[in-house]
Design a protein around this ligand. Structure first.
Ligand SMILES: [Cu+2]
Length: 291
């Protein structure tokens, strides 16, 4: 076998040029601008994913994914077949992403320029974070298509927000024992996956919707019969501080004496037995002072 040195050098050159060209082309058709690393995104908020075209192609549509594993996936579908829009070089494309209940400090987004021929991709340059908003606790609605709330019993502090996140569709959140809505909160008709419903359990909410021991039962209308029920338990730092001014004093005593007697669900009924009585008075006197 005899190969001319000139021919071998020329083929290597061609191969190198082809390789260099395809590597450049694969990177450069589409560029993901946001999120591109370092962002802190809150569950339930809306973030605008942005990308632009660097080299035009025979564009068909756009696809988006996210990964909590790495910049090479595996990928979870974010949205498929977004309309192509402008295929011009420099055109900017966006998608408003409702941040899912995926709390993770290492998340990537990938965009695909889905062409009639070769597809092109770009990925966030660095990971970003997904967190819960401050003083927020989350309940997953229908996790993995299971007709349950997760967790079904949630203890929270006064002023916390409860965020229900629909992991699957066809559910709703209605306060009260099953099929007995009490009007404290109601997410409305059954909703699709990705829906977010929030309730702030502050003093005003508790006063407007008093429940014994500040325990709030709720249910999903279509699935309550199958056990899709939940409970929010608001744990007050100091139940005897009826006025919520950070102190148990004469004002709270007056409030307690003013509602003396049968008083189901009222704030002065600290022990939740339906009566404001000597037991509640003893509890109030026992925590007299700053609280
Ligand atoms: Cu349900």
């Amino acid at each position: 076998m005899h190969v001319l040195p000139g021919i071998r050098i020329r083929s290597l050159l061609v191969a190198a040029v082809v390789l260099a060209f395809s590597a450049t082309a694969a990177r450069a058709h589409v560029v993901l601008d946001d999120p591109n690393g370092g962002e802190v995104l809150e569950v339930g908020s809306v973030f605008t994913i942005t990308w632009h075209i660097v080299i035009a192609h025979n564009l068909q549509n756009w696809d988006l994914w996210y990964s909590t594993t790495g910049s090479t996936g595996p990928w979870t579908t974010l949205v498929m077949n977004l309309p192509a829009g402008s295929g011009q070089v420099g055109s900017v494309h966006t998608y408003d992403w409702t941040i899912p209940a995926v709390v993770d400090d290492s998340v990537w987004v990938r965009v695909r320029m889905d062409n009639y021929a070769t597809d092109y991709y770009d990925v966030s340059n660095a990971p970003f974070s997904i967190t819960l908003p401050p003083n927020t606790k989350m309940v997953i609605v229908g996790p993995g298509f299971a007709p349950v709330f997760q967790p079904d019993l949630l203890e929270i502090d006064l002023d916390d927000t409860v965020l229900w996140f629909w992991d699957s569709g066809g559910h709703n959140v209605v306060s009260g024992p099953p099929f007995m809505p009490d009007g404290a909160f109601d997410s409305g008709a059954t909703a699709p996956a990705g829906t977010v419903f929030e309730v702030v359990f502050d003093q005003a909410f508790l006063d407007a919707n008093p429940q014994p021991d500040d325990v709030y039962d709720y249910y999903c209308e279509p699935h309550a019969a199958f056990g899709m029920v939940g409970t929010i338990n608001v744990v007050l730092p100091c139940p005897a501080d009826l006025s919520g001014d950070g102190e148990v004093g004469a004002f709270d005593l007056a409030l307690l004496l003013g509602s003396w007697g049968p008083c189901p669900g009222c704030a002065a009924d600290s022990d939740g037995d339906g009566d404001v009585d000597a037991f509640d008075l003893a509890q109030l006197l026992g925590s007299w002072g700053p609280c």
